[in-house]
Design a protein around this ligand. Structure first.
Ligand code: FAD
Ligand code: NAI
Length: 476
């Protein structure tokens, strides 16, 4: 026991939740280590799903494919004609891989700078002792350590369809969908959620015929209905073919192609043949490798680590954050929880309000929201006012030829306090920052409407929608 290193905090997982938690703990003066098993090309690759096969590589490919689409379809509208445009997918992938590696290395640098000891191996619970929790650090480190506090940040993994494992050659999870070396002529996607839409956009822009099968009766059930209706109209115009209310029955790979048989919403039997199939039907918590039973850590029946509002598990000193616990599976939610837990370990009280976690879908146009949507307010019986302004009424949007979509703001009918902001359109992912600040400060629609915004800017559409809440819009 005496040879074992003792830490104030051990963080298991170096995704956006874990690496940020470890750095924050170190900055608060705690002796901390972070254990993460991810390797790329045999090199430590901290950053988790987000850095390696999630947020960062998907945004890199969205930018590359967006640029290709602008050159091939939009440039001519501006009087710019280009000659033959050639696509080099391996170069596009190499750029994406470079961005990922820079991010991995950046995290390794931050660990060094902040004196976080990093172990590139699997971490698991061994036993509880009077000094804290004994953790095993697996191959190739093969070491046992003791930690007074443990932060579990082991994230999530893609959910497979029953009996259809990912082979990453024909049946792709996000990992395979982000690493294709050629553009498939036909691409099928099961699940019109966030990954389905983002990955569908990437490959559709690059020339694939994309067909998406979705079990739900409509697009993006978690978004405001007006936003999802507008988004469906725009995506359909862009050539993304989506079917709703579909029941997938069988998937088979034969002769280098994938056959998907399914029942359409009208009950008729259908078959779809594609070169590649992305299955993006949600993600499941990654808790199986923790050996939770060795210390009696409580998981729920789906494998999520059970936590209270402050990310405390059933074990004293053991915390869990990010995708492996309840709440939205988003990188910034994991980060907020990581910082809050570090502060709680030293006795500070820090709240994280899950109602104030923004969502952004990085399609073209972008979709972003924060707070409650109209259907939630109706269901909860909250009286509200609504202001909605189309981007067509915004000068900057017209100059940029980005007039699709709108900003919709919901405020309390009696107090005018902002309750939700929903945007579909250009720059939605940046514009939502105004709303995040306003909701965090519990601003009213009038407060937001009184702020001067630069002209011409997309931000003026937010101001205009805030004016519209109280029927004072000037440009519609
Ligand atoms: P993760 O990032 O999953 O990290 C967990 C880490 O723990 C991994 O490195 C794993 O190897 C390691 N680990 C697990 N078990 C062990 C163990 N026993 N020992 C050692 N290490 C272990 N979110 C956004 O907010 N914005 C986006 O644009 C966005 N885009 C996405 C795109 C895609 C394609 C996908 C799949 C996800 C995207 N997400 C996005 C979601 C985001 O990636 C996750 O919410 C986020 O990564 C969760 O962070 P985390 O720290 O909880 O876990
Ligand atoms: P998702 O939950 O966003 O969407 C899954 C979709 O699949 C849903 O519409 C669901 O109804 C559908 N579905 C489920 N079972 C099905 C079946 N058997 N047949 C057909 N459709 C089925 O999950 P997704 O897209 O896999 O992404 C996982 C998570 O990763 C997201 O929820 C999000 O938290 C995160 N993410 C975030 C991004 C962002 O913030 N921009 C980008 C990508 C992922």
């Amino acid at each position: 026991m005496s040879e074992q290193k003792v830490f104030d905090v051990a963080v298991i997982g170096a995704g956006p939740g874990g690496y940020i938690a470890a750095i924050k703990c170190a900055q608060l003066g705690l002796k901390v280590c972070c254990i993460d098993e991810w390797k790329t090309d045999d090199k430590a690759a901290p950053g988790g799903t987000c850095t390696n096969v999630g947020c960062i590589p998907s945004k890199a490919l969205l930018v590359s494919s967006g640029l290709y689409e602008q050159i091939t379809t939009s440039a001519s509208k501006h009087g710019i004609s280009v000659g033959e445009v050639r696509l080099d997918v391996p170069v596009m992938m190499a750029r994406k891989n470079k961005v990922v590696r820079q991010t991995n290395d950046g995290i390794l640098y931050l660990f060094k700078k902040n004196k976080v000891e990093f172990f590139n191996a699997r971490g698991s619970f061994v036993m509880t002792t009077d000094n804290g929790y004994v953790l095993n650090i697996g191959e190739p480190v093969n070491e046992k350590i003791v930690a007074r506090n443990v932060i579990i940040a082991t994230g999530s993994v893609p959910r497979a369809l029953p009996g259809v494992p990912f082979d990453e050659k024909f049946i792709l999870s996000n990992t395979g969908a982000l690493s294709l070396s050629e553009i498939p002529k036909n691409l099928g996607i099961i699940g019109a959620g966030v990954i389905g839409l983002e990955m569908g956009s990437v490959w559709s822009r690059l020339g694939s015929k994309v067909r998406i099968l979705e079990v739900a009766p409509s697009l993006l059930g978690m978004a405001d209905t007006a936003v999802s209706k507008e988004a469906l109209k725009i995506f359909t115009k862009q050539g993304l073919a989506m079917k709703f209310g579909v029941k997938v029955e069988n998937i088979e790979v034969s002769d280098g192609r994938v056959s998907v048989t399914y029942k359409d919403s009208d009950g008729s039997n259908q078959e779809m043949w594609v070169e590649k199939l992305i299955v993006s039907i949600g993600r499941v918590p990654n808790s199986a490798t923790l050996d939770a039973a060795n210390v009696g850590l409580k998981l729920d029946d789906r494998g999520f680590v059970e936590v209270d509002d402050e990310c405390r598990t059933n074990l004293p000193g053991v915390w869990a954050i990010g995708d492996v616990v309840r709440g939205p599976m988003l990188a910034h939610k994991a980060e907020e929880e990581g910082v809050a837990v570090a502060e709680r370990i030293i006795g500070r009280k820090v709240p994280v309000d899950l109602n104030l976690i923004p969502s952004v879908i990085y399609t073209e146009p972008e979709i972003a929201w924060i707070g409650k949507n109209e259907q939630q307010l109706k269901a909860e019986g909250i009286a509200y006012k609504c202001g909605q302004v189309p981007f067509a009424a915004n000068g900057r949007a017209r100059a940029a030829d980005e007039t699709e979509g709108f900003v919709k703001i919901l405020a309390d009918a009696a107090t005018d306090e902002l309750l939700g902001v929903h945007i579909v359109g250009a720059c939605a992912g940046e514009l939502i920052a105004q709303a995040c600040q306003a909701l965090a400060f519990r601003a009213t629609a009038e407060d937001l409407a009184l702020i001067c915004q630069a002209h011409p800017s997309f931000s003026e559409a937010v101001k205009e929608a805030a004016l519209a809440v109280n029927k004072e819009a000037l440009n519609i």
